[in-house]
Each structure stands twice: as C-alpha cells, then as structure tokens.
Design a protein around this ligand. Structure first.
Ligand SMILES: Nc1ncnc2c1ncn2[C@@H]1O[C@H](COP(=O)(O)OP(=O)(O)OP(=O)(O)O)[C@@H](O)[C@H]1O
Length: 355
C-alpha cells in the first residue's frame, strides 16, 4: 500500500523527502534482510521503546534507505502528529554549514532536534568531519534524552568508520546494530516478481530467472536490469523470451568487472551523446532537450555508481536530491514509452560499462 500523501501545514514530515515506493509492503523479506526488516518494523511500531538507536549497515543497494523511509511512512500513517525527519548525512552537513554561514544555528537545531523520529542515511559520510560529528553528538543526545527515536544507516559497521569519535561510536552501539546482506537467489527472484507486478508488466519467469542469476550483489542493479527488459518489451509490444533478454542485457551478462567510472567520464559521455557541453549539463538552463539529457545523465549515475541522490545532485551543479529522484523516475517511464530514449540510455549504459 502506498501511503496517502500529506500536503500543506498538517504534514508532519518534509515530504517529498520520503519516496512513496519505499514502504514495508514493498519490501521483500529473505534470509539476507529478515533481521533488519524485523527491527525496522518494531521501531516503526513502537518508536523509542525498543531499539534506540537502530543502526542498519550493509553495502550499497541492499535496502537500507528503503527501510528508513518505510519506518517514516509507517509512523506518519499510524501516529498522526508525530514529526518524522529523514535526512541524508550530506544534507545534514550542508544544512549545518549553511546555518553557520547564515548565523541560523537555532533554526538548524530546531529542525533536527524537534522531531519524534530522526532517520539519518549514510552516516559514514561523517568520517573525518569533526565539526559535523560534534554537532550530531549534541543532536543525538537531545533526541535520546527526550526519548525520541533515532535510526541510522551506513555502508559499514560503526567500528569500521575510521575517525568516528569514540563517544559517537559508543552511542551508536547503545541500541541495536543490524546488517543487510546481498540477497540470495530466491529473494532476488521474489524482488523481481514483486517489481514486475507493481509495474503491471508481465515478464516470463525464464527472463526473471536470467536476471536473478546474473545480478547478485545490488538490488538497484537488479531493478535496472528489469527496467531495461520491461522497457524493451513495452516498446516492441513483444513477449520477452530468454534469448531476447540475453541480447538486451548483453553488457551485464558479459561485462565481468565494470570499469572504474568517475563523474567526469559519465558527464563527458552524456555531453558527447547529446551535444551539450558539460557546463550546460550541470548549469542552470532549462530548455527541454537539455533537461532531458541532464535527466538521463542522472539516471546513468544512479544505475552505474553508488552515488546517493544528494551526491548525484551535487555533481549536477548542486541540485536538490528530489530533482534527482524525479529525473530517475521520469527516465524510467520514458524508457518504456519512447524508443529513442530507450536506445539512448541502453547505448550509454553499454558504453560506460565498457561492454
Ligand atoms: N528487500 C527489498 N525488497 C524490495 N526492494 C528492495 C529491497 N531491498 C532493496 N530494494 C530496492 O533496491 C533499491 C536500492 O535500495 P536502497 O536505495 O534502499 O539501498 P541502500 O542500501 O540504501 O543503498 P545506498 O547505500 O547506495 O544508498 C531501491 O529501489 C529499493 O526499493
């Protein structure tokens, strides 16, 4: 069930910072994530009464953000009036820097301390940032002492975050630390089935099995492969077979290790493909073809790299993470409806993967 959107003054969270798709109902449970899911569910049902903080760690693309958002949605739905705030560490840091620059520290403090549930994503980005850790330490204490729920995600265990202050590390260990692992084959298949169903795209089992068998370590890549085959089917009004899917996904199936991609390489490839300069791609102009090229660029970042939405926004001239979410969704839809977009995206993906 997708939660009802909240708008206007009654809203108790900064929507649209929660992705409406990231709800518990859409989360497939398997051995790799069962414990993290159960802990998240419990925290959502009884904020600040069980595990505080809840710390979820694991590699990129394994569902940490999904679980954080799901907690947020659940609390909003079931505890009207409780304030939920979701923030990436990057946004927290930018707000912190802005607050210092504009002497608006009290607004900043209110923003992050005046909520019942604070969800902070990608906390590993605090590594090496002393001032930020100091500020977060105080935010944490205020919330914790006020019996407010804190949920944190990271790509690694707190003990593996170098230069994390000991007092923060020990606080992160006060509650529950749990991880998400790469999903096993059955879970990968179940995720693909669920996504295909939710998109109302019938994909034969043999194709889902092909994807599940070949994309193992990252659920985002699993979804990317599904989008490509379903876009192909929809454009060609054809039933997919394993043989066609093998052609469509040739770069993934053959590629071995992807080459090391940098933002500069991706931006240059998009620039070459669409005839806009890199400056234009990351600049402020908003003509339609340029916006489309920019959106495709953001989609490529999301598919090919481990960049978070805010990090992608930064590569594109400091755009907001919601612009990136919107771009990725737009391109996903266009790929199904417009052959040119489909061809452009798949060609670029293949080129950038070095296939
Ligand atoms: N168990 C699951 N069931 C269904 N979808 C999932 C599951 N786990 C992850 N996903 C989907 O995979 C994609 C990537 O997940 P998510 O962004 O939550 O990963 P992450 O661990 O936060 O990655 P990163 O560290 O790069 O931010 C999302 O679209 C999410 O909905």
């Amino acid at each position: 069930m997708v939660p009802r959107p909240l708008h206007g003054k009654g809203a108790n969270v900064d929507l649209p910072s929660l992705n409406p798709r990231y709800v518990f109902d859409a989360f497939v449970i398997g051995a790799s994530n069962r414990f993290a899911h159960a802990a998240a569910q419990r925290v959502a049902e009884m904020p600040a009464a069980s595990y505080n903080p809840l710390f979820i760690h694991g590699d990129s693309g394994l569902g940490k953000t999904h679980l954080l958002h799901a907690i947020g949605h659940y609390v909003i739905e079931n505890f009207p009036g409780r304030r939920v705030r979701y923030v990436s560490t990057e946004t927290f840091m930018n707000d912190f820097v802005d607050a210092i620059r504009n002497s608006s520290q009290s607004t900043f403090k209110r923003r992050y301390r005046d909520c019942e549930v604070l969800l902070v994503d990608d906390i590993q980005f605090m590594e090496g940032k002393e001032g930020l850790q100091e500020e977060f330490f105080h935010t944490f204490n205020t919330l914790y002492e006020g019996s407010k729920q804190i949920v944190l995600s990271s790509d690694r265990h707190p003990r593996s975050i170098a230069t994390l202050e000991d007092r923060l590390r020990s606080r992160f260990e006060w509650g529950l630390i749990t991880d998400v692992q790469p999903p096993e084959l059955e879970t990968r298949l179940a995720i693909l089935r669920k996504k295909a169903e939710s998109e109302h795209t019938p994909i034969p089992d043999e194709v889902l099995e092909l994807i599940a068998a070949n994309v193992r370590d990252n659920i985002r890549e699993l979804e990317g492969a599904l989008i490509r085959v379903s876009a192909f089917a929809s454009l060609n009004r054809a039933t997919l077979t394993r043989a066609t899917a093998e052609q469509v996904l040739a770069d993934i199936l053959d590629a071995g290790r992807p080459r090391q991609l940098t933002p500069a390489i991706i931006l240059q490839e998009v620039s070459d493909a669409f005839g806009f300069s890199v400056e234009e791609l990351i600049g402020p102009k908003r003509q339609r073809p340029l916006v489309r090229a920019r959106q495709i660029g953001m989609y490529l970042f999301r598919d090919l790299t481990e960049y978070s939405y805010p990090a992608i926004g930064r590569e594109f001239g400091g755009r907001d993470h919601t612009t990136v979410i919107h771009a990725v969704e737009k391109v996903t839809t266009f790929m199904k409806e417009d052959r040119q977009t489909y061809d452009q995206v798949t060609d670029l993906l293949a080129k950038l993967r070095g296939a």
